[in-house]
Design a binder for this molecule. Structure first.
Ligand code: OOB
Length: 556
């Protein structure tokens, strides 16, 4: 069952939906309710009109205000030619306009494509052209970077010009030659009604951490995502009293929906946006707004623990710290409650769907030593060997999964989908996992060709392709190397064509390719030839061991 698209650029079906018998089951079980995500805000605006929904710096929105501004923004976007079904690449920092835009697009039935602030020309041009975006929404500048300059580069990209001939750029702040966000708001008093988007249709596109040459796009429907949001809010005990600090980049799946911004707004609580997750920024916000729950990746949790020694009083209101995105060591997990004075919840999730949580009433051994269990009784979680046969209970294997909020295929990626999903629709997560009694999972490692830089995912093949574009590079292989702070960093092994270029020159070349900074190799090693496996493939394990040994020898 797939909704085909007739574009000649198409690399396959837009959406691979759940087979009818699964869809029926998920509806009958009450997971899929036919409600678009926008309803979440509408309902909270009814129930909690005067409660604070959103805080950004000194700006505050009640639910009633937020709902009204979303109406005006949606109406203004429609006047600017954005219609139901259009895709809009969104690249905003953690500011109020981000939340307004997301809900305005949902209300219109337009589909956000969630880019991260770290993305640069290479990624953004690809997202815009591949999704045939009608608009690109940015902040004028943020974190010392001018996104208008990036927009100018994207607009002259050949693929973007071909696929998005009239792409509008909407800018929060000084818009220069582009459309000012503030001017998009419709000033009229009478906002026309918006037709309800079909809840079983595509709601938005998330990015996959990926392991392939180009990032894959993850199509999520209103029905499936809304379910994961509701269930997550429930598991995390959210209520109208909850105050959530969004310190990770808001567009990432973790702070968006696990339970994140959407979960908190569903529960009628308050979302506080932090411009970054450093203790100096986050701790005063926690103290000022009486924050009760927040989410971090492991390296940040460790930084917070160090900072908390002197400033524990600022964290008094904090009840729950969620940690996920990469593996939290058992030692670090054990120290969270004593040092931060709040409970820990481990979260092992993926933008493709499946999210696991330790539960609030779990005993310490589970909270510290596992990455939680799946949200739904209908999440099918299997641990299999190389031939897709279930491994004996308790043994490590490949995690494959399907369920009411796990996609059945990436957006326009038929060839890749045939590999990334089993014939009966299980998503191959690429994670090596053990399953304990009760369904609790322990993440043991990974078999996907990816580097997890403290939650930032780097697809080895994507970086290798950029390296191969350098004339002095004959062959390239990117692998993970251990890192005390991030868990892993990336090391690029390069077989030079003739004399080895300088590592500095490769680094400069890579920067000019317009890649997000976190994807640039942390270390470059030249090598005469690659070690090979028995079947003649590059032996990445040997390369990982080689760089690890070098780090040990250098006492890094
Ligand atoms: C989250 O989502 P993504 O899409 O950026 O990355 C998913 C991958 C997983 O397949 C796994 O390899 C890794 O990130 N991962 C973890 C982990 N949480 C994610 N590995 C070990 N321990 C964990 N706790 O990262 C994400 C999405 C929703 C909620 C939380 C994280």
């Amino acid at each position: 069952m797939s909704a085909a698209n007739n574009s000649s650029r198409n690399e396959g079906a837009d959406l691979t939906l759940w087979p009818a018998e699964f869809a029926e089951r998920y509806r009958a079980a009450g997971y899929w309710r036919g409600e678009p995500l926008d309803k979440l805000l509408r309902d909270s605006a009814q129930k909690h009109a005067e409660r604070t929904a959103l805080v950004c710096g000194t700006r505050r929105w009640t639910y009633a205000m937020l709902d009204e501004e979303v109406d005006r923004l949606a109406s203004g976007l429609r006047q600017r030619g954005i219609a139901a079904g259009d895709r809009v690449v969104l690249q905003l920092p953690n500011i109020g306009e981000y939340v307004l835009t997301v809900f305005a697009l949902f209300r219109l039935g337009a589909q956000p494509v969630f880019a991260l602030p770290a993305h640069r020309r290479s990624e953004i041009a690809y997202f815009c052209s591949f999704t045939e975006a009608k608009a690109y929404v940015i902040a004028a500048s943020s974190g010392g970077f001018d996104y208008r300059t990036l927009a100018r580069e994207v607009l002259v990209d050949e693929a973007v010009r071909a696929a998005c001939p009239a792409m509008r750029v909407i800018v929060v702040g000084d818009a220069a030659e582009f459309i000012s966000f503030d001017n998009v708001f419709d000033d009229t008093d009478t906002i026309e009604a918006f037709p309800q988007p079909d809840a079983s249709a595509l709601a938005f596109l998330q990015l996959s951490g990926g392991s392939t040459g180009r990032p894959k796009l993850i199509p999520r429907t209103h029905d499936d995502y809304f379910y994961s949001v509701r269930a997550s809010a429930d598991i995390c005990g959210l209520s109208a009293e909850s105050v959530y600090l969004c310190a990770l980049p808001a567009a990432h799946n973790f702070p968006m929906s696990s339970p994140g911004i959407l979960g908190v707004m569903y529960a009628g609580g308050c979302v506080v946006l932090a411009p970054d997750a450093s203790p100096d920024t986050a701790f005063p916000l926690i103290a000022r707004e009486r924050v009760t729950i927040t989410a971090l990746v492991p390296p940040l949790a460790i930084v917070w623990m160090e900072a908390a020694a002197m400033r524990r009083h600022e964290l008094e209101s904090l009840q729950l710290l969620q940690v996920g995105g990469s593996r939290l060591s058992d030692e670090a997990a054990r120290r969270i409650t004593p040092l931060l004075g709040c409970r820990l919840q481990q979260v092992f999730g993926m933008a493709e769907g499946l999210v696991n949580y330790t539960r609030l009433d779990d005993e310490e051994a589970l909270v510290v030593g596992t990455q939680g269990r799946a949200i739904s009784p209908d999440d099918e979680v299997r641990i299999v060997d190389d031939d897709d046969r279930d491994v004996p209970a308790g043994e490590a294997g490949h995690l494959i999964t399907r369920g009411p909020y796990t996609i059945r295929g990436y957006f326009r990626a038929d060839v890749h989908n045939a590999r990334a999903f089993t014939h009966d629709g299980f998503y191959r997560t690429g994670d090596i996992v053990r399953k304990l009694p009760g369904g609790y999972l322990v993440v043991e490692g990974r078999d996907k060709d990816q580097i997890n830089r403290g939650g930032d995912k780097v697809a080895a093949e994507e970086v290798e392709n950029h390296l191969l574009a350098h004339p002095a590079v004959l062959d390239a292989a990117v692998v993970a190397m251990p890192d005390a702070y991030l868990g892993e960093r990336s090391c690029a092994f390069i077989v030079p064509r003739g004399e080895a270029p300088r590592a500095m020159e490769i680094a400069r070349f890579m920067r000019e390719r317009g890649l997000a900074q976190y994807k640039l190799p942390d270390r470059i090693e030249f090598i005469a030839q690659f070690p090979k496996t028995g079947v003649g493939k590059i032996d990445k394990r040997a390369l990982r061991e080689r760089v690890s040994a070098k780090l040990v020898a250098a006492n890094v």
